[in-house]
Ligand binder design. Sequence first.
Ligand code: AP5
Length: 208
Amino acid sequence: MNLIFLGPPGAGKGTIAQRVTDELGVVQISTGDLLRAAVADGSELGKKAKGYMDSGELVPDDLVIDLLKERITKDDCANGFILDGFPRTIPQAEALSQAEVPIDKVINFVIDDELIIHRLSGRRIHKATGKIYNVNHDGVPQPPADMDASELLQRDDDKAEAIANRLVVYREQTEPLIGYYTKLNLLADITADQQIDKTVSDVKAAIS
Ligand code: AP5
């Protein structure tokens, strides 16, 4: 099964993907995570991507498309994958289609901007495992009390100015994908403004 998780920054795409991959027997492919790893490695791709990412702009299509196409050829993708944060533009969706990558469902996470800002400013990521936490008391995992703050990362693009730009970029460049996948009869809207367990069950119902 191949799924796309679509939605604005902070909607919970990564959190829900981490919750359902084992059960579905698929892997999560986050282009954001792949790009952050390239930045951390200091690779050529990482050097090109860093400025765009820090300011909340999208990394150019050709770089991300090549990265994604290479990733989905790996052995662990044989049973399927969740594309978390790809495609982000119409040309990226067209590249997926031209590569004849079959997509079973596009889950569109719906949430308002105020809640996005609240969630992103509280997000912390465990550096060693990539597990997503939040310091807000919102019913999502908080960093364990015995975890040292140095083990946690606050993303550079989770600062107020970058969040604001990411929301503008989302509306201009990514939201048109809702119409694109609606026309292909692949889109399922899921309310992301609710407890995680309910969102997980809504996602499972949408793909069953
Ligand atoms: P990327 O890493 O993909 O960021 P994003 O899409 O902006 O999404 P986020 O990771 O911020 O949010 P999420 O929806 O996964 O939310 P999460 O589950 O963490 O991309 C980063 C950058 O890389 C882009 O800006 C761009 O520069 C570049 N890039 C990536 N892909 C690209 C592409 N295809 N093309 C071009 N450029 C690309 O949840 C957020 C927080 O909320 C967490 O702390 C979580 O604990 C909490 N939370 C989640 N669900 C709930 C809930 N139900 N209730 C309460 N809290 C919740």
